[in-house]
Design a protein around this ligand. Structure first.
Ligand code: PEP
Length: 247
């Protein structure tokens, strides 16, 4: 069985002072976690996380990465820059990027490929909207999103992390039931099995209003290998309860 991964996504929240207090509160109580733990922060705070978290049980990462190596791409951040600040992970294709920044499956796949090539583990987010679920297209959508990444990275697919995040559950307080989540995770696992001889090596996280109360039942599902946590990662006690639930 995979060691679970609990990754926080701070989204566009935080300040030097707030991050300092939040991270110190987490470090004070985390002990020796039975899961891998990471925090994905806005790019300007990666140096702060590097300084606070080096030598601790918490890894850190970014929320996006450029599909390009370097050059005339104003505003973008390259994988080498993320590595300069010690990032181990990078979110790719979060639904907020797909929705508000027009990121296509192909662009997301190119970003995942670039991150992998540069030595950073991409956490590739996939998930359907409410309309897609209601029209019975959940499987089609998540399979299409993952297929683009499989096509781009080939046999290296076993090195990525996948996050299944139903868009209707993100930040809404509405969580997929453990059965709904497991059903989609099983679909993704089967798709990975057709692409790699090590499908179980790929951690498939669930994300979407995961919290201290619902984490244990979601994380108990056979194909749920961890969580991607938005709102609850901004509260040390809540986040640590989710980490404890992953034991
Ligand atoms: C997310 O932003 O990836 C997320 C899952 O958010 P929340 O936990 O707030 O739904």
């Amino acid at each position: 069985m995979n060691r679970k991964l609990i990754a926080g996504n701070w989204k566009m929240n935080g300040s030097l002072a707030a991050n300092d207090a939040l991270v110190k509160a987490m470090l004070a109580d985390i002990g020796v976690p039975a899961a891998d733990v990471a925090l994905c922060a806005p790019a300007p705070y990666l140096a702060q996380l590097q300084s606070l978290l080096t030598g601790s049980p918490i890894a850190w990462g970014a929320q996006d990465v450029s599909a390009h190596d370097k050059g005339a791409y104003t505003g973008e951040v390259s994988v080498d820059m993320l590595k300069d600040f010690g990032c181990r992970y990078c979110l790719v294709g979060h639904s907020e990027r797909r929705q508000y920044h027009g990121e296509t499956d192909e662009l997301v796949a190119a970003k995942a490929q670039r991150a992998l090539a540069g030595g950073i583990t991409p956490v590739v987010c996939v998930g359907e909207t409410l309309a897609e679920r209601e029209s019975g297209d959940t499987e089609l959508v998540v399979r299409r999103q993952l297929a683009a990444v499989i096509h781009a990275v080939g046999h290296c697919i076993s090195e990525i992390v996948v996050a299944y995040e139903p868009v209707w559950a993100i930040g809404t307080g509405r969580t997929a039931t453990p059965e709904q989540a497991q059903q989609v995770h099983a679909v993704l696992r089967a798709q990975l099995a057709a692409a790699t001889t090590h499908p179980k090596r790929v951690r498939i996280l669930y994300g979407g209003s995961m919290n201290a109360a619902n984490a244990a039942s979601l994380l108990a599902q056979p194909d749920i290998d961890g969580g991607l946590i938005g709102g609850a990662s901004l509260k040390a006690a809540d986040f640590l309860q989710i980490v404890a639930a992953a034991a």
